[in-house]
Structure formats: C-alpha cells, structure tokens
Design a protein around this ligand. Structure first.
Ligand SMILES: Nc1ncnc2c1ncn2[C@@H]1O[C@H](COP(=O)(O)OP(=O)(O)OP(=O)(O)O)[C@@H](O)[C@H]1O
Ligand SMILES: [Zn+2]
Length: 731
C-alpha cells in the first residue's frame, strides 16, 4: 500500500494554509510519523516542512502528479504540538506553519568534542617519548578524557597534549571518539538558597487549591498574592507535586524575571532537571535546551513567552507568573497570546493551569469573580513584613512653590535619609533617553523622525536625537533647522536625565541605570542586577524593566518619577496599566528588615487608578474598572479584533481598508461593531502609513470566522494587512 502525507511547508505562497500533499517513498513509509520534519520538493527547490497528516493512498484523486517526500530529518515534533498548531491556526486565522516554526529547534546542530581512550596495551612506548608516556598513563586511569582534561590534570600545554595524542592514535594505542556536549545557558550563579522554608497558612492554602485542581478538575487557579507574599515558593511546591506524579511543567515568567536569582532557585531545587528558554539564548544554546526538553532529560521548563511551545509530551502543569504582563502577547505576526495558547494547550494535554500575580489582569479577575477560576489569595507579606507606605506627590504644587526639578522636595529628602542609613533606592521612570522631545522655543519646531510620525528622543550620551521606533538617529542641532534660532530646549525627562540629576544632587553616590539602551549586550542585565543586589550601587534607575518580580531586601525607598506616563496613552487599558505599574514598582520597597516607603509623583493626583494603587484598594479599582468597561463595551465584556493596514501610499490604504470594511459590514454586521478605518495613533512608522479597523463582538466565534476570512481577503492585496486577535496595543 502507498501512503501520502500532508506537509506544512515554510514558503510564502498565496494559497492560504500552505499545506501540500506528497507521496511517501517506500523506504520511509514504515517509519514516518505525524510531526516529522521532512524535506520536500517545492517549485523546483528543496524546502523543509512538518508532516501534519498521514493517509493510506487509495485512488488517484488529482489530475496532477503528486511529488514525493525527498528525505526525513532527525527531528520530530510531538503529536500534541502538531494538534495544538492546528487549533491555533484556526483560532488566529494563520497558516499552521507559522506556529510549527515556533516549536522547532533552530537550524543548527549538536556540538561535539573529541574524547580519547586506550584501546590497546600491547605496544611499548619508547621512554624518550616522555609526553606520550605520561598521557598514556593518565588515560589508563580514566575511561575517557578530552584534550582539555588532560592538559589541566597533567599541567601540560595544550599543543604538547595534542601532538602526544596524535602520535598515540597513529600507533593505534588510543582511539578518538566524539561525544555531544550540551551548551548550558547562563552561568552566573548567586550563592544559594536551599534553606528550608515553612509555608505560611495562606501559602499552604494556595498550594492545596492548586493540587486539588491538578488532581481532579483541572480547573485554572488564579493566585492573587500581594508583592513579597512568597508566590515563587508556592509554585515550587506545586511543581514538586507534579513531578512526583510523573508529569512535567512549563513555567512562564516575563523576560526580566529570568534573572540569576530565579534561575539559581530553580537549578538548586530541581538540579539537572531545569531547562531555560528565552530570547537572549544563542542558537546553539537554544538547540541544546530544546534537545534536553525533547529527550525528557529536563522536567521543568522555565522561560519567557515562546517557552509555551516547548516540546513536552507528559505535560502536567503550566504556571504563568506575573500573568498580567503584556509581554506574554506577541506584538507581531503571528499575534498569539501565550496565556491563550496555555489555555488551549492545558486543555489538549489534560494539564492544569496556574496564573499568579499581585495585580491580576482585569480579565482574569473577572473570571475568578464568576468562579470560572479558583481564586487563592495571599494577602500578607511573608515573615511579618508589612507592605510599603505609598504617598502621592502633587507635582503642580511643587511647580507653584518654585521647585522645577524632576525630584519633589519630599522625594529628595527621602533619598538623602535612605542613603544615610545605607539602604538602597529604586527610581522608576517609564521613558528611556534624556529628554522626550527637542523643541524650538521661537517657532515651535519639534525634531521628528525622517521616517516615522514620532518626535525624536534626545540622548545625552552621544548628543543625538533617536527614534525609538525605527532606530533613526541624527546629531542633535544647536540651532533650529527651521528658523535658525538658538533657543532650542529639551523637554520631558527620561532615565538618562534622572541619572544625571542624581549625580548632581549626590555626586558620590553610585548608580546603575537599567533600560534597553544600557542592557542591549547579552548578560549585561543579569550582571547589573547582581551588582545592585551585592550593594555595588545605592540607586537603581530604570524603566519598566525594574518593575517586575525583583527581590532586593535592602531597598527601602522607591520613587516613581512620573506616574502619568502610562495614564496618558490613548488606550482603554491605560488605567489598568497605571494601577499595575505603581503597585508592582512600589512592591520592590521594604522587602527586608527596613519598612518601605514609596513616593508617587504625578500631575493628576485625582486619577482613580493612582489613588487606588496608593491605598491598596485593589477590589475598589477592579469594580470601578469593570463598570467602565461594561458601559463602554470593552473586554472582558466583548472580544476584539484589530485589522492593521500598512503601506507607503496613503491613498491606497484608504481605498483597500474601505473595501475590507464594506465586505465585513455586509457579511457580519449583525454580530459585530466596526470602528474605522482610521489612522492608528502612531500613524506613520518606518515610512509606512498605518490604518486600523477595530472590531468588537460578543461572539468570539464570529471573530475567529473573520480571521479565517481575512486570509482569503488578503490574497492579491496591494497593501500589507494583518489581524491581531484580542489586541493589547492599538498604537
Ligand atoms: N514561608 C516563608 N517564610 C519565609 N520566607 C519566605 C516564605 N515564602 C517565601 N519566602 C521568601 O520571601 C521572599 C519573597 O518571595 P517571592 O519573591 O516569591 O515573592 P512574590 O510573591 O513573588 O512577590 P512579587 O509579586 O513581588 O514578585 C523570597 O526571598 C522567599 O524566599
Ligand atoms: Zn523612526
């Protein structure tokens, strides 16, 4: 009997699903499986693809000759992941191959090294060949050794070892083999951490809920635990239980939480069994971690967003820490949300899902209120530590009393006091660079990007204006390019400016600045955080990178330089983001012996989100927020789909977007609300105009249908079109 298979191939082709049928040649017919990586012919070239279906070939069903699979590669995806890709492809209206690609290891190979061992003891080595004799004696006492092992143990230069080994191999006394070496990511370790911890009653209760859900209902557990309440310890105990039951775990954390701290906790609690996956791994490291997971050597996968696609077969639990984080959403095609993928995956593999946060997303909070999720609360910090005290500072008052600095008087004296006590400080500002715009006071000219409709940010370090969207950079002008005036001023502070000001007020104080400018080199973020933890600096200045999950016991003061940056975003989630950001950043304060203080500077002290965060009024905040969302019809009371159009030609966008709107209106009008097409808030980026059509619907299935319809509408379009299911960002 002949077999055929369906292969998802990685090629750009107008045909929507990008899956094609191939004949299976006889020599691999008995070994081929769904999930196998294969090489197939496609338009006269060879491409790779993944087998998604197998059929017993019955009759000739098409007019054209089927081509045959060329070869089978050594890699194969678990069947569960192929099934998951199919579900996701349907849900997001995206070719299946786009998800399969996220699941495959990178295209590199294993790293091998040579090892030597004795194979014959008959031959006599002349006593003049001194090095050879020593090397041979050494090898007789060990099973195998590498060049480096030998060199190190015999204190012999590498070159001498090599020539001795070559001579011995030629004589047939020893032989050379190859063994695979695993590249192990992140070697920085902090001193450990295996002290025994007795769970608090709240932690114990949370653990019981998780285990109960794991054992029977598989219901999702939401752990709402205030900052410093010991959520990590609860996750670790839960993982221990899952491993005991013979199952495996994926734990997702935001990229930043993958610090040496977190890694060394996991490596010491699950020695040899933890794999990590995140965006800063080299291709080789990623390949090896993938192999360790796939082979079953690693039982716990700790990683950022894309780790949700880790090749695990016996999955028992998925844990998502800081579940409110927007970094779980992929901001480009394929626009998946790791939390949604986790839900699909947990269901498919009969695993249970655990979400945790000190500031759960409004959506999750709502599901817990409706009892779709089990809610476990940790209301207190561990070891009797109290939550920090938050104070709002009205910056308008500061201005009125003549203080034009970025630090209010209270924050400044708080900093002075904290430094005197030899405690640490975190200053938070959600903007990098020095000044957010450069303006001419005479004619109002604002320095803008050549390619984007965005003001350039001034960076003091290289005296340049930079675009934070496309990277465009020019030397900042001394005179206005438009009216030639010298009256150029810089407005709006960023992290660089904060650092400068700290240096001005406290010249002797050591600072560390963490933002994407200062941490672009691999490993630099980890080193900076470790340095701060060890007391290498007194003040840490950072963007939202420093808001999450960090545990520095010596931090006694947190200053939020401007609580308004997130609030002023034109987005229905701005209130929620502001609330979360303040609560999270504030949560870094007072985690050790000294009680924590937090100053929240703002020009809008009456804002509900800011006041609720400062009063720890989480339930008041969610109630108010849910009321607004219900009235204005926003998630969780509806689902959304954003259709994004991009092109260099604005007329073309307008025409095509209008066409799409018409089609959607005619077909789906009863079930959806349509907004747009309108220019996106960031209307031009990298020389491309951007327009949005936003759809809302109470029926998720309608939006799923539209996503799949979009794949067809996308054929032969002259403008670039993409569709973002449940968007987090409409900018
Ligand atoms: N039962 C316990 N007794 C004493 N210390 C504990 C206990 N549980 C956890 N800890 C310690 O408390 C500290 C804070 O815990 P952890 O970082 O897990 O807090 P968290 O809830 O994740 O906070 P955040 O939301 O701010 O990240 C850690 O150093 C941890 O070792
Ligand atoms: Zn730009």
């Amino acid at each position: 009997m002949i077999k055929t298979c369906l292969v998802a191939v990685d090629v750009r082709h107008p045909k929507a699903k990008r899956e094609y049928t191939y004949l299976v040649p006889e020599d691999i017919a008995s070994s081929i499986n769904i999930g196998d990586l294969v090489c197939v012919p496609f338009n006269n070239i060879k491409v790779t693809g993944v087998v998604t279906e197998l059929f017993d070939f019955i009759e000739k069903t098409t007019d054209y000759e089927l081509k045959a699979v060329i070869s089978k590669e050594a890699i194969s995806l678990p069947m569960e992941l192929v099934d998951l890709s199919k579900l996701l492809a349907e849900y997001y209206g995206t070719p299946i191959v786009d998800f399969l690609k996220l699941m495959l290891p990178p295209k590199v190979s294993s790293k091998t090294e040579s090892v030597y061992s004795v194979c014959s003891t008959d031959k006599v080595i002349s006593s003049r060949a001194f090095n050879q004799k020593r090397v041979l004696e050494y090898l007789k006492n060990v099973e195998t050794a590498t060049v480096h092992d030998i060199s190190e143990n015999l204190k012999m230069p590498i070159a001498s070892v090599r020539s001795a080994l070559t001579a011995l191999t030629e004589k047939g006394v020893i032989k050379r083999d190859y063994r695979v070496v695993r590249r192990r990511p992140m070697v920085i370790t902090t001193n450990n951490i295996c002290e025994h911890i007795n769970l608090t009653i709240e932690q114990q209760n949370a653990l019981t809920t998780i285990i109960k859900n794991f054992n029977d209902s598989k219901r999702t557990t939401l752990i709402y635990g205030v900052t410093g309440s010991g959520k990590t310890e609860v996750y670790i105990r839960a993982i221990e239980n899952v491993l005991k039951a013979g199952k495996k775990v994926i734990m997702l954390v935001p990229e930043i939480s993958l610090t040496p701290q977190m890694l060394s906790i996991f490596r010491s609690r699950f020695p040899g069994k933890t794999a990590v996956l995140h965006s800063k791994l080299s291709q080789g490291e990623r390949f090896d971690e993938w192999q360790r997971i796939y082979s079953g050597e690693a039982l716990v996968v700790l990683g950022a967003r894309s780790a949700i696609f880790a090749p695990i077969k016996d999955l028992g639990m998925i844990i998502i820490d800081e579940e409110h984080e927007s970094s779980y959403k992929n901001g480009e095609h394929p626009y998946y949300d790791a939390r949604t993928v986790a839900e699909f995956r947990a269901k498919k593999q009969n695993a249970s899902l655990v979400l945790g946060s000190a500031t759960p997303s409004v959506e999750s909070f709502y599901k817990a209120a409706k009892q779709e999720y089990s809610l476990a609360k940790l209301t207190k910090r561990v070891s009797g530590r109290s939550l920090p005290k938050l104070e709002i500072i009205d910056m308008r008052e500061e201005l009125k009393s003549g203080n034009r600095h970025i630090f209010s008087r209270k924050l400044l004296s708080g900093m002075k006091e904290t430094l005197e006590k030899h405690k640490q400080i975190i200053l938070f500002l959600n903007r990098r660079g020095h000044s957010t715009f450069v303006i001419c006071r005479d004619c109002g000219f604002v320095l803008k990007c050549k390619y984007c409709d965005i003001a350039l940010t001034y960076h003091f370090e290289d005296k340049s204006g930079k675009c934070h969207y496309c990277g465009y950079s020019i030397k900042a002008p001394d005179i206005c390019p438009k009216c030639k005036s010298r009256n150029i001023r810089y407005f709006g502070a960023g992290t660089e400016k904060v650092e400068q000001e700290v240096k001005r007020f406290f010249p002797k104080c050591r600072t560390i600045r963490i933002d994407s400018d200062s941490t672009s080199r691999k490993g630099s973020l980890e080193k900076m955080l470790l340095n701060f933890k060890r007391g290498g600096a007194q003040i840490l200045i950072g963007t939202q990178t420093v808001a999450k999950g960090l545990n520095f016991p010596d931090v006694a003061l947190v200053g939020i330089i401007s609580a308004d940056t997130a609030l002023n975003m034109p987005d229905f989630r701005s209130g929620e983001r502001t609330f979360q950001l303040i609560t999270q950043v504030a949560g870094r304060s007072g985690r050790g012996d000294t009680p924590g203080m937090v100053y929240v500077q703002t020009y809008t002290p009456e804002s509900f989100a800011i006041r609720a965060a400062c009063n720890f009024d989480i339930s008041g905040f969610y109630q108010e927020e849910l009321k607004i969302r219900r009235e204005a019809l926003y998630p969780p009371f509806c689902h959304m789909l954003n259709i994004v159009f991009k092109s260099r030609y604005e007329d073309l966008i307008k025409k095509e977007a209008e066409e799409v709107r018409q089609i959607l209106y005619q077909k789906y009008n009863n079930d959806i609300e349509i907004y747009g097409p309108v220019p996106a808030p960031r209307s031009k980026i990298k020389d491309n105009y951007r327009y949005n059509i936003l759809l809302k619907s109470k029926q998720i299935q309608t939006l799923v249908n539209i996503c799949n319809h979009m794949q067809i509408l996308n054929n032969n379009r002259k403008v670039d079109m993409s569709w973002d299911m449940e968007p987090l960002d409409l900018l």
